[in-house]
Design a protein around this ligand. Structure first.
Ligand code: HEM
Length: 345
């Protein structure tokens, strides 16, 4: 089985030198932004907190990476996904159907309060999330995937559930739907395939994969589907995005090797592409990548070239981090879950 294939011996560290880039609202992003402001402790503090959180609960890494995607996809990287409901805004992005299972907010809050005690009013929540997603990526990939994050974002003051539901891709999307969705953000089909590889980690709730229990023959490996149906008898049971991380019983039902892999879950590598080629992916949107000849070719390429995926994933994460914030008013929030002046908006 390819899943245990030896990891590349050399750490593929990708240092992307980002020149200045606009982040919306007049913001300029630069690598080393906080160092230039004489706040050199910012990125090390974020890393330290992320590593502590993941050492205690490795699954938080997947949570942070998804949070970052949801933040940047919806009106740019502005920390709006972190905002709680308030009397003036009862349906923030968090309340959207597409936000099902979003978590990891506690890690961001912890980082923010530590940074506030050292550098009050300096570090945006949007930057914290971009750094935290990078640190989680590095941690979960054992350092194979690493990149420099341009920073200098400011926090938005608007967060609407409807924007999230109108913008984020759905788990039942076809390839054409996914391609259109990504094209709106100027991401091409290759980047869609690259970023989907994040589904090598993390887990999902029943509504996200319910349709797969009745997926027609050909759209899902028959034994994987049986395993999924058995697992879904308990509707509150989370199912791992990656069959590698499933229980012994699940793997046995699916006819998948039951030997533990590296003894830990959520290892971020190119296993998603092995699963995709074997037709054992969780969401219909994952399966949909097999239905397009170009995307199918890319699935095979990334299955066969793990290092290429590592560096392409790093590059796509940097591009994601540069999606410009679309609001008009910005601030550096004191608390990531609330805007500074709740009576204003
Ligand atoms: C291509 C379109 C995508 C669709 C349709 C999609 C859909 C989903 C869904 C439905 C879930 C499960 C939610 C739940 O039930 O709890 C999920 C989980 C996840 N997604 Fe995606 N996603 C997409 C792209 C991405 C991208 C671009 C990333 C990151 C770069 C990403 C990272 C993750 C991660 C890490 C999880 C697991 C989260 C956790 O364990 O808490 N996804 N995704």
């Amino acid at each position: 089985m390819k899943l245990n294939a030896a990891l590349p011996s050399l750490v593929a560290t990708l240092l992307i030198v980002a020149t200045q880039s606009a982040a919306g609202g007049g913001q300029q992003l630069t690598v080393g932004y906080y160092n230039a402001k004489k706040c050199g402790g910012v990125e090390p503090i974020v890393s330290d907190e992320v590593y502590r959180a993941l050492a205690a609960d490795r699954s938080k890494g997947a949570a942070l990476i998804r949070l970052f995607f949801h933040d940047c996809w919806v009106k740019g990287c502005d920390g709006s996904v972190l905002l709680d409901a308030s009397p003036r805004n009862p349906y923030p992005e968090k309340a959207a159907g597409s936000s099902i299972g979003l978590r990891g907010f506690d890690v961001i809050d912890r980082i923010k309060s530590r940074l506030e005690s050292v550098y009050p009013g300096v570090v945006s929540c949007a930057d914290i999330l971009a750094f935290a997603a990078r640190d989680a990526t590095r941690y979960l990939s054992d350092g194979h995937i690493d990149y420099a994050v341009p920073s200098g974002r400011r926090d938005g003051v608007v967060s609407r559930a409807k924007d999230a539901d109108d913008t984020l891709p759905g788990s039942t999307f076809s390839f054409a739907d996914l391609k259109t969705n990504f094209a709106k953000k100027k991401f091409d089909a290759e980047e869609l395939v690259v970023l989907s590889g994040a589904h090598a980690i993390g887990s999902a709730h029943y509504p996200s994969f319910r349709d797969r229990l009745a997926a027609p023959r050909g759209e899902i490996d028959a034994r994987y589907q049986t395993a999924l149906r058995n697992a879904a008898r308990n509707r509150s049971r989370l199912v791992a995005n990656n069959i590698r991380d499933e229980s012994y019983a699940f793997k046995k039902d699916a006819g998948y090797p039951t030997a533990p892999v590296n003894g830990r879950r959520d290892y971020l590598n190119n296993t998603y592409y092995h699963n995709a080629i074997d037709n054992r992916v969780l969401f219909r949107s994952d399966w949909a990548l097999r239905t397009d000849a170009f995307a199918f070719g890319k699935l095979k390429e990334y299955r066969d070239k793990p290092k290429e995926w590592d560096s392409d994933f790093a590059e796509a994460m940097v591009k994601l981090s540069k999606l410009p914030a679309e609001g008009k008013d910005f601030e550096i929030r004191k608390n990531c879950s609330a805007i500074n002046n709740p009576s204003r908006y």
